[in-house]
Write a protein that binds this ligand. Structure first.
Ligand code: TK8
Length: 368
């Protein structure tokens, strides 16, 4: 698997060097246009009201950061991106200009990470699950029921253990700067109420592109399908899949209540986001600008986590008001789900360095 990824990475790297040789890059000669997104993997990146990206500001800047996410501009993830933009542009007096893109305008999590590796995009904030396709150790953050609550998650992710995982991104030409919050994942579907493991039987569930997620839902009797987030709403609308799982904020703000009838507070995985930057771009910044983007990613992350948590309970109320049937999952039912999934967790843990796995579980125990 890693050999294939390395070959893919070399191929992508060579094609990008060819592209850069033919076209501008982030910091060409004075007065050049802002970076061309032509070689980007994303869709239309023209300036529009939604993006509020200003081509004049880009032209005057020494550096331009193209920051793209998959969720829409109502989501706390985008509010965090705007906060990052505000801090960086203020502290560099506009020398660094940040363009913000949402709703998959530049691609999905995986293709945006590849764009960072190629240098055709500078920032993205994916969930940890797709990162595991680049660095298998990240699958540990998708062990179901790993984090008991968000306080423990913050302490572990923002501490030594979390930093160790961010440092692993360097070898992929990615620079991990901070953990933001996606949140506890909850199940929705269009077929039935789900309160226990038995209720998962035969449900086709879209999962993120992560083998552990697939195996965990198979263990519970569901029929999982991996899919990029950018394709999810259409798949739900067309009935290609019965359901999906995401935090309440995403379920509400992405309008999934329009195409889903049932929501259960399974809380089966706490999903972190990772704020990451193209490492070659990061290394091209002067030291003082590196310090500014470092601290801005952390400060914007604190802000984003707060927004995400403030509204999450409110979002469940909104979903019920929009007509979804809410099914409360008991702790006993969650325990049964965890027991059924345990062999999958053990199988994936066995593929990782045992000392690293122990370190993560010890850090969680210390934080509780
Ligand atoms: C958005 C994704 C999303 C994630 C998923 O780009 O794919 O379901 O939870 O938030 O990262």
């Amino acid at each position: 698997m890693n050999k294939k990824l390395s070959l893919l990475f070399v191929g992508l790297l060579m094609s990008s060097m060819l592209l850069i040789a033919c076209g501008g890059n982030n910091n060409a000669e004075e007065g050049s246009e802002s970076n061309s997104n032509d070689n980007n993997t994303g869709n239309n990146t023209e300036v529009n009201e939604d993006n509020m990206n200003d081509p004049e500001a880009a032209a005057d800047a020494e550096f331009t950061i193209r920051a793209g996410i998959g969720l829409n501009n109502e989501h706390p993830q985008y509010k965090g991106l705007e906060k990052f933009k505000e801090i960086v542009e203020e502290q560099t007096d506009g020398a660094i200009h940040v363009e913000t893109y949402h709703s998959g305008q530049l691609g999905d999590d995986r293709s945006m990470m590849e764009a960072l590796q190629l240098g055709s995009q500078e920032v993205t904030v994916p969930s940890t699950a797709p990162i595991a396709n680049f660095i298998s150790e990240f699958s540990i953050f998708d062990f179901p029921f790993l984090f008991p609550n968000s306080d423990v998650a913050d302490e572990v992710l923002d501490g030594e253990v979390g930093q160790k995982f961010l440092d692993m991104l360097d070898d992929q030409n990615l620079k991990g700067l901070a953990y933001w919050e996606n949140g506890f994942r909850d199940l929705t579907n269009s077929d039935r109420e789900v309160a226990t493991v038995e209720d998962f039987e035969g449900l086709t569930i879209r999962t993120m592109e992560n083998d552990l997620h697939l195996d965990a839902f198979r263990a519970m009797g569901a029929n999982p399908t991996p899919m990029a987030f950018t394709e999810l709403f259409t798949a739900l609308q067309q009935g290609t899949v019965d359901g999906q799982e995401n935090p309440f904020a995403t379920i509400y703000l992405e309008g999934f209540y329009e195409v889903q009838d049932y929501v259960s507070d399974t809380h089966h995985i706490y999903s972190p986001f990772v704020f990451m930057m193209s490492k070659s771009f990061y290394d091209s910044l002067p030291d003082d600008y590196q310090e500014i983007v470092d601290s801005a990613a952390l400060e914007a992350g604190e802000y984003q986590r707060e927004l995400n948590r403030e509204a999450n309970d409110q979002y469940l109320e909104e979903l019920i008001e929009e007509g979804m049937t809410f099914t409360e999952v008991t702790d006993e039912a969650r325990e049964e789900m965890r027991e059924v999934i345990e062999p999958v967790i053990e199988e994936y843990a066995a593929q990782l360095d045992q000392s690293l796995v122990d370190e993560v579980f010890q850090a969680i125990e210390d934080a509780e």
